[in-house]
Write a protein that binds this ligand. Sequence first.
Ligand SMILES: Cc1cc2nc3c(=O)[nH]c(=O)nc-3n(C[C@H](O)[C@H](O)[C@H](O)COP(=O)(O)OP(=O)(O)OC[C@H]3O[C@@H](n4cnc5c(N)ncnc54)[C@H](O)[C@@H]3O)c2cc1C
Length: 642
Amino acid sequence: MLEAERKQGQFPLLEMSHLLYGGKDYFDKFLERQSFFDNHPLFKVNHNFYNMSRQDQILLNAERTVEALKKLSLADPNYYTPNVLCPQGIFISTVHFAMVIPAFQVLASDEQISKWMTLLKNLNAFGCYAQTELGHGSDVQNLQTVAVFDKQTSEFVIHTPNIEATKFWPGELGLYCEFALVFAQLQVDGKGYGVHPFWIRIRDKETHKPLSGIEIGDIGPKMGYSVKDNGFMSFDHFRAPLDSLLNRYIKVSRDGKVERQGNPKVGYGSMMYMRNILCDQYTKFGGRALTIAVRYSLYRKQFKDDNKQEIRILDYQCQQQKLFPLLAEFYACVFGSVKIKELVNDNFNRISQQNDFSLLGLTHAVLSGAKANYTYFVANCAEWCRLSCGGHGFAHYSGLPVIFFEMSPNITLEGENTILNLQLARYLLKQLQHVVSKPNAVPEFFKFLSLETAKVDDVTTLDNLITLLGLNCSILTKYAAQKLMSHTDMKESWDTKAGIALAKAASTFIPYFNMLCFLDTINNKAKETKEILTVLARIYGITMLLNNMQGLLLKNQINSQQIQTLQDTRESLYPIIRLNALSLVEAQGLSDNSLQSLIAPKDGDVYQNMYNFASKENSLNKQQVHNGINYIQKMREVNAKL
Ligand SMILES: Cc1cc2nc3c(=O)[nH]c(=O)nc-3n(C[C@H](O)[C@H](O)[C@H](O)COP(=O)(O)OP(=O)(O)OC[C@H]3O[C@@H](n4cnc5c(N)ncnc54)[C@H](O)[C@@H]3O)c2cc1C
């Protein structure tokens, strides 16, 4: 049945696959890894995973991690692709490789790096990233764990002064790691020097028990992340050696002299690493959800047409409205993430090779906004794909709930999204000032802030959509600036008066940025590829405008007729996407095994699949008469007395 749908695709599939993975080499690597998982018995689809206890899920994930390690270099950020293939849980050591090692590379001295890096890479020093506390997460400067320098012994005394200061949430802390990168307030001679990272052994090498003076455990079950041992930890005057302080930017001598050196802004580098992975790799989970939803919408039929033929649900305009704008957004985010990766690498090379910090502010701002935008997109996309699959979308065997569960924490971790949007807003305001005072200093991506008005005939062309998205963000930024300035106390105004306007303005920047990247990707492509990408880009641009056009409305830059045109044009493009929908999702090259969905196989009978699982595989049915039946008798007894 799907073969006929596949044949309708109007563009070369392989070219699209290469675009989605950033080139032929990356796509080939992806396929190679996928076939490793497809052919390994431990990674075969197992929907009984969700019938298992958390204990058993954790053990299975541990076993899987060992097998994955045999094939993959976990130190390579591209190894995150396996998580895209194995969504039942994130392998052990992701925090170690994606957060601890990058932080070490940026914050440790050369001496410390040469002492530890090999041990870190071969997991002989296995650590977690212990920053967040019960009482404070986003507000890192107000963490309360202290590291007090003891001049007598030249040691740091790490202490948790109250319950709120308990480290809470670090992944891999609860059960596994032996070391922790602990962020604590440095105090020397009664003076505070701010929050700094301390690399500390926390469990005994032989027994794996917490060292004396440290209490550790798992924080408990969560929404998703069931195999991740997010932990808690408190210190009771625990003594750590002098060189536990990662000291590239701050040194404490044996007799307590504190010396700062270099540019501590480099510290942003480690955060950028993980945020870049979130943008680059985790965005792919949106495409996974869309593959399931689009395929299922082709298998599924409801109600009959005039010829008494049942209608595929993807043929309903309302179903297209649920899925096609998300499909367009998926492509937009993937193309945006390619540009972001380039920006992050360029910034990193400039800093490390030439001590050139000129791109740091721009990279930090764009990456903050993109992390917020893309992680919202993936969670929203997963949820809408689930809803678009009716009842079956609710079942784990669809492969959809797990995507939502595993992806929605990304909205909160590695910089909570609202806070990140506010950081981008700060940068937008700075560039707004520069537009007037030193226009040459405004980076190309932010030149749109000079826009006050735009005269466009056709609101639906790519160029005009970009102009309108830029103008919208420009107006909203100016509106936020006015709100901010209308109160004398700036700090109070930022926190309690202008926050909504600032966050809103920032949230409209990434759609503009994505459209620029989309246009860049479309240029120089073969005709058919160009045509279908142009349709997707227009749907994306129109959707972003329709959803966020408050700025244009505020300054009468769009009228009701134009809004109607936007809506009509988007609807008129859906039939083209309908023909190409299957090819557009299948360009990702996801195998059945990696999709882990009974409702969306490449080919086959979805109803037979679901029936087989329920009747033959569901482990709850192994016992013909379940123990729980005893309670029915007890219920009868209770009711008999009523
Ligand atoms: C699955 C998962 C894994 C994690 N792994 C780790 C880890 O390995 N290591 C680690 O150290 N931590 C980890 N964390 C913790 C995570 O980093 C924090 O939860 C995150 O930084 C958000 O901080 P918070 O919980 O303090 O939220 P809060 O800052 O308390 O946010 C709560 C709400 O308040 C709002 N808010 C707060 N401040 C402001 C403001 N200034 N302006 C406007 N709104 C504001 C936020 O927008 C949000 O809506 C993990 C968390 C999760 C969920």
